[in-house]
Design a protein around this ligand. Structure first.
Ligand code: HEC
Ligand code: HEC
Length: 465
């Protein structure tokens, strides 16, 4: 697995010449690079791949890795590759990217409920790690005279990656099932075909023979292409890999070869091959193997809280458990969203790995996520300000681990669970009002239940000392 790039040979040569104590600056990724072929030829164990993924996830990328965007692109100053940077030297602006050197900086807290907070690779970020994405206006002095500071764009708080393998497996299975819908509708024109999979209804689809076209208007909670995308609070990515590729570019200006091509310096910063497909794969395997959140210290009061949570309609969206049909998560490269069965190079049984999912009857896994993986309209109060039709749409937040992850909601505006619940609007308004109408003791029961939903104590398992 020792693969060297020309620029790194000098550093190795210096070492071989007996100058081991001399230390030049070098890329954070080091001299040894991981190619996709290294994973596909079976020369590495899954644990070796995970360890490499953890290392890359935590590596503080620097200029020699290709950190930052190259020369500014006046035709597109928003997309990674040619963004303006502070001091013009390719370092942190914090606004629309170049906002950290490592993934760990924003995903490093396992529990924010302990004092001091507990460290964990793949965890959440607190308010100071919020990402500011594509803002057009930031009005801190209230020049608009609204009585509050104004902001357009996305302001968003980092979630954890624990248990993400189970979420991804659900998304792949649900997508494969939903993709049958249009076929069934085409075969039976002018008939409503229900789109139900894994116990979740995504509405109906119909082929209108007079119009010669599909009627998508009855689809619920998923886009018209019927691809379930659980990652990103706006439901943007089907897999962790798809997210990671964009995260590398957005946060660091590190361009994956799978986007720009091998040997290509896409962002014109003087470095090519900034992150290889094998390296993204390793990060994917690492993240998807992180342990799932768990329930701890269950009590009769928590049980009553769960009953109330179900009775007042919270569980309509925050579905306690979804069940997969298989136990192994397929890793694929390249990924084809609508055909999850293609290009698999590795599979990991999530009941046997550190992910630790319980087996369910029928050959699948129990995924205790407290979400339906659907998008919902949460009302004007929680809406973003891009002026787009999906401004108020969010995927149902997974409540597993919620006891440890304040602040809450997409931008961290709620510092307590009660505030998070009371800020629900839109499709969540009814359940929110039912919660507000409960006697205080019963509200406390719901909170007691939520506070039993904990992050794992040792999410990376044996990888860390
Ligand atoms: C500056 C902070 C920051 C950095 C650095 C960062 N992230 Fe994130 N991460 C976030 C935020 C904020 C979100 C939520 C984004 C959204 O909802 O669209 C997120 C979401 C994610 C998700 C989706 C999780 C989910 O369940 O929806 C993945 C996967 C992820 N990040 C991986 C990474 C990787 C890999 C890196 C390093 C390449 C990284 N992140 C670096 C802030 C950060
Ligand atoms: C219509 C679907 C829906 C219903 C019903 C609903 N929620 Fe939510 N819930 C969501 C969505 C979507 C989010 C994410 C909103 C955001 O990030 O701005 C969320 C977020 C949350 C959060 C914050 C989680 C976090 O990590 O930030 C909590 C806590 C929560 N809900 C609890 C409840 C409770 C308790 C009820 C019942 C009173 C309830 N929800 C009813 C959809 C729903």
């Amino acid at each position: 697995m020792l693969n060297l790039f020309p620029g790194q040979i000098l550093a190795v040569a210096v070492t071989l010449c007996g100058l081991a104590s001399a230390q030049a600056d070098g890329p954070a990724l080091g001299a040894t690079r991981l190619f996709q072929a290294d994973l596909e030829n079976g020369s590495m164990t899954v644990d070796e791949v995970r360890a490499e993924g953890l290392r890359i996830f935590c590596a503080p990328f620097n200029r020699l890795d290709g950190y930052g965007d190259g020369a500014m692109n006046p035709a597109d100053t928003i997309s990674p590759g040619g963004r303006p940077t502070l001091q013009g030297n390719g370092t942190f602006l914090r606004v629309n990217g170049l906002d950290a050197q490592s993934c760990l900086e924003c995903h490093g807290i396992g529990s924010a409920a302990t004092i001091p907070a507990t460290f964990a690779v793949g965890g959440v970020g607190l308010a100071s790690s919020n990402v500011i994405f594509q803002p057009r206006r930031i009005d801190v002095t209230d020049a608009a005279g609204q009585g509050l500071a104004g902001f357009t764009g996305r302001f968003i708080n980092p979630p954890f990656l624990f248990g993400s393998g189970g979420i991804e497996l659900l998304a792949l299975e649900m997508t494969a099932a939903l993709q049958q819908g249009p076929r069934a509708a085409f075969a039976a024109p002018d008939t409503d075909i229900s789109l139900v999979t894994h116990g979740v209804s995504f509405g109906r689809i119909r082929f209108d023979s007079a119009a010669g076209a599909f009627d998508y208007s009855m689809i619920e909670g998923v886009s018209e292409d019927l691809v379930v995308r659980p990652f990103g609070r706006k439901g943007s990515f089907q897999t962790v890999r798809a997210f990671d590729v964009e995260a590398m570019r957005f946060h660091f200006g590190i361009e994956p070869t799978e986007l720009v091509g091998a040997g290509v310096d896409g962002d014109r910063d003087g470095v090519a091959d900034e992150v290889l497909a094998g390296e993204i794969s390793a990060m994917h395997v690492f993240s998807a193997s992180l342990e799932r959140p768990e329930v701890r210290d269950w009590t009769p009061e928590a049980e009553r809280g769960l009953d109330r949570f179900e009775a007042i309609g919270c569980a309509v969206c925050h579905v306690p458990n979804l069940y997969t049909r298989s136990r192994a998560l397929p890793f694929r490269f390249p990924e084809v969203e609508t055909a999850p069965q293609l290009n698999e190079f590795l599979r990991v049984d999530l009941s046997q790995s550190t992910a630790g999912f319980n087996m369910a009857p029928g050959g699948g896994l129990e995924v205790p996520l407290f979400s339906d993986l659907k998008m919902h309209d949460m009302g004007p109060g929680l809406a973003e300000s891009f002026g787009r039709p999906d401004d108020a749409l969010y995927i149902t937040a997974r409540l597993w681990g919620v006891a440890d992850t304040a602040p809450y909601l997409h931008d961290g505006r709620a510092t307590t669970l009660t505030d998070a619940i009371l800020l629900h609007g839109g499709e969540g308004q009814g359940a929110r009002d039912a919660f507000a109408a409960l006697p205080v003791v019963e509200q406390v029961e719901v909170l007691t239940f939520l506070k039993r939903l904990r992050t794992p104590l040792d999410p990376a398992g044996d990888l860390l000392p």
